[in-house]
Design a protein around this ligand. Structure first.
Ligand code: ADP
Length: 617
């Protein structure tokens, strides 16, 4: 069975976290703003082909208002215009004006008779501000019309009208949008509904119940604007009425001074009058140019795909190839919303793009750090190899040269018996030294690979330490260093006595080696709960803080130690550390340059030990 490595799991986890962050960021208000901005830009970039519009606006503009005496004269003028249009038989007439109050009797009468004479009229209604009911046209107007429709837009926070809820309800009193009603009336059909869509005259409108039947408006491109004739123009030139023949008319105020009902659209920073927006919604329906939003699940799946692609790119490729592919991934993330739009699908921009950018940056940084770490590690390994070579060439060479020279001496010259004996002894002792060196070198390798059998003796710490102190006494005497042992108690350790003895001995010799003469070395310790603690403290040259961790590396010697003139190989402490670790313990060092060092071993008391491989350092 394939089991991913720790590194792969961590890398995947990091990418997953990045993906979640990117997704969450795209759902913030800023993400929504970016999505809207991009939506508008695509709208402008991708111009749908202009089409033959089916609607026409009967505009109540500034000129008409001043001509007919402002708002007060409006009903009369509208009645007049309706009468003229009716003669041209439009398919439907939607009036975007709330006719809920009575004006003067004369103009109301005129409007009523115009409505009676005009077939297929739809009047506007408005939800009351507290949503407790509908602001409906007066019953005398309403009785002559085919339907009433609401005129609410769904404005985004940036004030741009991108969609209209086709359905609006106050309690159980539900109304369809003015444009939808105009469409239905013009098709002489009825509206059928399912949770997923509406059907009018065999046309499915993708507006789900869950989403208040929100429908995006496919605005008519600026170059193919919906034609507009004002009340005044129609009044001045009655033949213009012919332009309304067979059309769906949207009548309403367009005068900038008279209405607050003007909104921004994705196309233009110049606000469009509400009535024109309703006409655009009608065109969306009539042209069946429905823009549907991609389901969230697909967007999430796309994001996962991008993050995975970015991850794999930097996992399996490197250098310019990786960056090239990464650029490709980012480009795909940028272009998918546009490509989707050309297929009438709105694909949110920010989830994909933020995922692509963040995961590419994160994956690149991760792999960069990983490669760097590997480089640093391999450099350290090369260093250690060089040290090892140094050890072999310098340290081992001395006994080898002695052996070589002595054996040559013996074979070339006739030596006296005594001289012969001397030379043979030298060869013997040097070869033993060489063997010890090789043995030590191999031991540390075997120890760190867990290949060395550890014995399980039980012994008193005090006894072993006392033995070690006796062995180092001559060394200490030479430098006039006093060694004192504080009472160690009677802790008994279970483990490899010989190896632990080596460890204690090494700490003691180091303490003496790296201390000036006439100083003191103190051994202390005892049982501390489950552990036995042994400390060797000196008043020697000390170790720089940054070097403390390094002294356990094979062949590492501090600069101070090198300068001290004391011979050494830098291998002893790495063996000590392996021994302690194999016994389930640890080694700690505190040191201050020029003041001294204290090495402390902490070993579990009486615990059975087993040899296990440890990572070599
Ligand atoms: P060696 O003594 O052969 O160089 P070790 O592995 O025993 O190698 O020690 C590694 C290095 O740690 C030493 O070279 C020395 O720089 C430093 N060191 C160890 N013990 C002491 C100490 N008691 N005081 C100062 N430096 C020490």
């Amino acid at each position: 069975m394939f089991l991913p490595g720790r590194r792969t799991v961590a890398y995947t986890g990091m990418l997953a976290a990045v993906f979640v962050v990117a997704l969450a960021a795209s759902w913030t208000p800023l993400g929504t703003r970016i999505d809207n901005y991009v939506y508008d830009s695509i709208f402008q970039l991708y111009r749908a082909k202009p089409w033959q519009t089916e609607s026409i606006v009967l505009a109540i503009d500034e000129h008409s208002l001043s001509e007919f005496g402002g708002r007060l004269g409006l009903r009369h003028a509208l009645a007049d215009a309706l009468q003229r249009i009716a003669a041209a038989s439009p398919k439907a007439v939607a009036v975007d004006a709330i006719l809920a109050d009575s004006n003067d009797a004369k103009s109301d009468d005129a409007l009523e008779s115009a409505l009676r004479a005009t077939p297929h009229v739809i009047l506007a209604c408005d939800l009351l501000p507290d949503e407790s009911g509908w602001d409906d046209p007066l019953p005398r107007f309403r009785r002559w019309v085919a339907a009433t429709g609401h005129v609410h837009l769904d404005l985004d926070k940036d004030g741009v009208g991108r969609a209209v809820p086709l359905e609006k309800a106050s309690g159980h009193d539900r109304r369809w949008a003015l444009a939808l009603e105009a469409y239905r009336v013009s098709r002489n059909a009825s509206t059928l509904e399912t949770p997923r869509d509406l059907e009018v005259g065999g046309v499915l409108i993708p507006a789900t119940k869950d989403d208040a039947r929100l429908l995006r408006i496919r605005y008519v491109p600026p170059e193919g604007r919906i034609p507009s004739i004002s009340l005044k123009q129609l009044h001045d030139n009655p033949t213009l009425a012919q332009r309304f023949a067979g059309k769906v008319v949207f009548a309403g105020v367009t005068a900038q001074t008279e209405t607050k009902d003007r909104w921004l659209t994705p196309y233009s920073p110049i606000p469009l009058a509400g009535v024109e927006i309703h006409a655009n919604l009608f065109e969306t329906l009539a042209q069946r140019q429905f823009l549907t939003t991609e389901p969230a699940l697909t967007v999430v799946a796309f994001g996962i795909l991008l993050a995975a692609a970015a991850g794999m790119t930097f996992r399996f490729l490197s250098g310019w190839r990786a960056y090239g592919v990464a650029l490709g991934i980012i480009a795909v993330a940028h272009s998918v919303p546009y490509a989707a739009f050309t297929r009438n699908i709105v694909f949110p921009f920010s989830p994909g793009v933020s995922t692509a950018w963040l995961s590419v940056i994160a994956a690149a940084a991760w792999q960069h750090l990983y490669v760097r770490r590997r480089m640093v590690k391999s450099e350290a390994e090369r260093d250690r190899y060089q040290h090892a070579m140094h050890f072999v060439t310098h340290e081992m060479r001395t006994p080898l040269t002695a052996i070589q020279g002595s054996s040559e001496l013996m074979s070339r010259y006739a030596l006296t018996d005594e001289k012969r004996k001397q030379v043979a002894q030298l060869i013997n002792s040097e070869s033993k030294r060489l063997a010890r060196m090789i043995e030590m070198f191999l031991n540390v390798e075997r120890l760190s690979a867990g290949e060395m059998e550890l014995k399980k003796d039980s012994f008193s710490v005090r006894d072993v330490m006392t033995g070690c102190m006796e062995r180092v006494a001559p060394l200490a005497e030479r430098k006039k260093i006093s060694i004192t042992m504080e009472p160690l108690g009677d802790a008994v350790l279970t483990g490899d006595r010989e190896l632990l003895e080596y460890a204690f001995y090494n700490l003691l010799t180091n303490a003496i080696k790296y201390s000036p003469s006439k100083t003191a070395v103190t051994v202390s310790g005892g049982r501390d709960g489950e552990n036995c603690q042994i400390s060797v403290e000196d008043q020697g040259i000390g170790i720089e803080q940054k070097e403390v961790r390094k002294i356990f590396q094979k062949f590492y010697r501090t600069r101070k130690a090198e300068q001290s003139g004391e011979a050494g190989t830098g291998i002893g402490l790495s063996i000590v550390e392996q021994i302690v670790l194999q016994h389930g313990g640890k080694i700690e060092v505190t040191s201050a340059p020029g003041k001294g060092s204290c090495f402390t071993l902490k070993l579990p008391v009486g615990q059975a030990v087993e040899s296990k491989p440890l990572s070599a350092n």
